[in-house]
Design a binder for this molecule. Structure first.
Ligand SMILES: [Zn+2]
Length: 450
């Protein structure tokens, strides 16, 4: 049904273009509707790093940003105009570290990995203004078909990037009980090489590796010779590599091995000049996942946001009960981890390292998809980022880290029209990203935004 609707719209656009172009007939049908939509009288923060612009019109053509017009500029007569006086538009968020399909109804595990569950979660992400989701290494094979359907416009969902099957360690991370049951666990560099070659056939968007021992809870860490082989081979296939890290020493070795970004913060100690130098010289980025560390303890504190609709609507059935004492047992050491992670994120951002936004949402039932991405922005601001710096992490910096900067992460002409319409200005208070009026993905307003 969706497909036939798209064809009809494309045909209509074709007929319209004929009537306006008497001297020639286009050789082929346009690939998508090219109708013009104008969102007028908005404050626009475009994600590029430029200051917000007041009282402008964002012009969409089909799925793309066409132009930004100053107030008073003439608007093409065929355009559909929507007056959004008082609203603020920001690019849709890019969630650079999430997991799809692992959680459902208050439980986590591989049994939840179904297309229906992944679709349900993608829809929730979209409602929360997340326009791109990176699923980092825990997927089953059906993700590739689902990605193809999404990228062909057959389902309403955020843009999907997947690492497919990630790389862990035999009798090591990631824990099988978290549902990470189809992760490669090579026992030698030669096996790692074959595994990367197998994965590359599936055309993942990036490669994920888990290198440490989850706070000494696992028997083995990944041998550096193995991750060196994975990274080297991945690069031959044009694939970036993201690493799960915790320890400073691992981060240094990974940077020397050519890893592209860290999927978590260094949390055992403050980053030092040597790591900063390595990251800067090898263009290594960071996804701090501060909300992961917070989620280990914060529910025991019952912050005011736990009673907000914005939080509660993100919860699966059965999760709320598990966040209450005594069911929820806080991990007190994560308070210290969070403080170190915040300091390190700020130090690296100030040193010019690309610091993006990701949360590890969906890896456990405590990392709440959709909500976590907004909480991460607030935590980055707590860490010392300005609201604009935090929003940049979640938009244009992430786009660049993921190689999407030609199409996503900022609202300038020819970029995908993925954006959130907010009722209040997030540059004044970062929690205003939670005041979502509408979400638009690829030029279409999505149904039922929260
Ligand atoms: Zn993860």
């Amino acid at each position: 049904v969706i497909r036939s609707g798209m064809i009809t719209a494309a045909l209509a656009a074709f007929l319209l273009s004929c009537s306006h172009a008497p001297t020639g007939i286009p050789n082929e049908l346009p690939s998508q509707p090219r109708s013009l939509t104008v969102l007028s009288h908005v404050r626009l923060w475009d994600g590029s790093g430029a200051p917000a612009r007041e009282n402008v019109s964002l012009v969409l053509r089909g799925d793309l940003v066409d132009s930004i017009l100053e107030s008073g500029a003439s608007i093409p007569s065929e355009a559909k105009v929507i007056d959004l006086t008082g609203k603020t538009i920001i690019p849709a968020l890019i969630a650079a570290h999430s997991h799809l399909g692992l959680t459902k109804d208050g439980a986590a595990g591989a049994q939840n990995l179904t297309e229906a569950n992944v679709l349900r979660q993608l829809k929730s992400f979209a409602h929360y203004g997340v326009g791109t989701v990176v699923s980092l290494g825990t997927d089953h094979d059906f993700i590739f078909d689902l990605r193809a359907k999404r990228q062909a416009g057959k389902i309403e969902s955020p843009y999907i990037l997947t690492a497919g099957h990630g790389f862990g360690t035999d009798r090591g991370a990631p824990p099988l009980e978290m549902g990470m049951d189809e992760v490669y666990r090579p026992r030698s560099p030669a096996e790692a090489l074959r595994n990367v070659q197998d994965l590359a056939v599936q055309r993942p968007d990036l490669v994920k590796i888990w290198v440490d021992d989850f706070g000494h809870s696992m028997k083995n860490k990944m041998n550096p010779k193995i991750y060196h082989e994975i990274i080297t081979e991945a690069h031959k296939h044009g694939l970036k590599v993201a690493a799960h890290v915790y320890y400073l020493e691992d981060a240094k070795k990974l940077a020397k091995s050519g890893v592209n970004f860290f999927g978590h913060s260094v949390r055992d100690r403050p980053v030092d000049a040597e790591l900063i130098r390595l990251m800067a010289s090898r263009n290594v980025g960071l996804i701090p996942t501060l909300s992961l560390d917070e989620a280990f303890f914060v529910y025991a504190d019952h912050p005011a946001w736990m009673d907000s609709t914005f939080f509660k609507e993100a919860l699966d059935p059965g999760v709320w009960e598990k966040l209450q004492a005594p069911a929820f047992q806080p991990k007190q050491s994560s308070r210290k981890d969070l403080e170190i992670a915040k300091q390190n994120a700020l130090a690296l951002m100030r040193a010019g390292i690309p610091v993006g936004m990701g949360t590890d949402s969906g890896a456990t039932i405590y990392r709440i998809q959709g909500f976590a991405e907004h909480e991460e922005l607030a935590l980055l601001v707590d860490a010392g980022f300005s609201p604009a710096e935090a929003l940049k992490a979640a938009t244009s910096v992430n786009a660049k880290l993921l190689g999407l900067q030609q199409s996503r992460g900022s609202l300038v002409p020819q970029m995908k029209a993925d954006f959130i319409v907010l009722d209040a200005n997030p540059l004044e208070n970062i929690r205003n990203t939670q005041k979502i009026h509408e979400v638009w993905l690829e030029g279409q307003k999505i149904s039922g935004a929260i």
